[in-house]
Design a protein around this ligand. Sequence first.
Ligand code: ZN
Length: 83
Amino acid sequence: MKSIYAKAWGCFGIMMLGAVSFMTSLAFLNNEVLLYLFLILGSVTFLAGIILHYVFVKCPHCDTHIGRVYGSHCPHCGKPFNK
Ligand SMILES: [Zn+2]
């Protein structure tokens, strides 16, 4: 099983990819097709990262979504993330 930290960073990476695509679109202000392509791609990728974060970054014990991984124990049930 992948650690919760790897999942959290993976989802964060997807969000950053979306943000980068979003910003890349600004380089195509003179090309409407590419502008909207990168804007939509960026938004979808960013949202996908957030959704994946909600789906996968959960406490293995109480199944609560953990917004940000602080420390090694669940803030809700107090149990360690790594079994
Ligand atoms: Zn928990």
